[in-house]
Design a binder for this molecule. Structure first.
Ligand code: ZN
Length: 299
């Protein structure tokens, strides 16, 4: 029996993970390509899927979980198009330009929306009515799912750019965001940590104070996510969050900031089951892209 396959793309700032999978999620082919300009990436991407089709059979739909900013509104004429990214060459690039030749539906969400979906289906977000997935890495962003549906307004959320309370006496670093300086991403993303201390959080000798500072900043997002969305769980992934001790420090800082105001069974003492790392680890993104592809197949 011929099976209709899924083409899945997890597009990040440094690499693309490409996979061809069966509808049940079994991966038949997978590769990684470096993120360069779309003129360089898109032909490589299309070539991978063409060779996978030759080897494994027809692709019936694509799922894309991509860095942004990107238009993820299916009703928009520009669906799947990068908007105002400072990344050279990406503004105006559209996944449909590269994948249109396959003539099948393409479902596009953000990288964090995709990871949230992957975690909701198979990871640490299972059984959560509302789930927030945040990445703290090269950039910062959050995807919020309600009943498995990615929430958005006129565009996807930009949680990395929320304003942050910063004490300049404690942290004189003014932030690197070209738009806001000391927004959350400007203060707590990987590049901010490197610019401030010359190395990554996990490479610092005894980083207790540094971890506390970053946890304090990220906790401001955690509290905002709780106050605005009341998620059943918060998942925090990304390279920075892998620093040993950061998740426990984030739980502590978030609980302190909530100050006992919200009482709910979800908010367990110490937030140990409430704030968690991704259950799928680094596979959350591609798992989510495959799940988006399943939706492209109409499943
Ligand atoms: Zn910003």
């Amino acid at each position: 029996m011929t099976q209709t396959l899924i083409g899945a793309i997890e597009a990040g700032g440094t690499k693309f993970v490409l996979a061809v999978a069966r509808a049940d999620g079994t991966v038949l082919a997978e590769t990684r390509i470096a993120t360069r300009t779309p003129a360089e990436c898109f032909p490589d991407m299309a070539a991978f899927f063409e060779s996978a089709v030759a080897a494994h059979g027809t692709i019936g739909g694509f799922g894309v979980a991509s860095f942004g900013p990107i238009d993820i509104d299916p009703a928009s004429a520009a669906y799947g198009t990068f908007t105002t990214t400072p990344k050279p060459g990406w503004s105006g690039a559209r996944y449909h330009d590269a994948l249109g030749r396959f003539g099948v539906p393409i479902v596009v969400d953000t990288d964090v929306g995709g990871a949230a979906l992957g975690e909701w289906e198979q990871g640490a977000g299972q059984q959560c009515g509302t789930l927030a997935y945040t990445t703290v890495g090269t950039g910062i962003g959050s995807g919020v799912l309600k009943a498995g549906k990615s929430l958005m307004g006129f565009s996807h959320y930009e949680s990395g750019h929320i304003p942050i309370a910063r004490d300049p006496a404690r942290d004189p670093y003014a932030g690197f965001c070209p738009f806001h300086g000391d927004c959350l991403e400007g203060l707590a993303a990987g590049p901010a940590i490197k610019a401030r201390w010359g190395q990554s959080l996990s490479d610092l000798g005894s980083p207790a104070d540094e971890i506390k500072l970053i946890a304090d900043y990220v906790s401001q997002l955690a509290v905002n996510l709780i106050l605005l969305h009341m998620p059943d769980r918060l998942i925090f992934g990304g390279g920075v969050m892998k620093t040993p001790g950061l998740i426990p420090a984030l739980r502590q800082a978030t609980e302190a900031r909530l100050a006992g105001y919200i009482k709910a069974p979800q908010l367990d003492p110490g937030l140990e089951t409430y704030i968690v790392p991704p259950g799928l680890g680094d596979e959350a993104g591609i798992t989510g892209a495959i799940a988006l592809g399943r939706r492209a197949l109409g499943l």
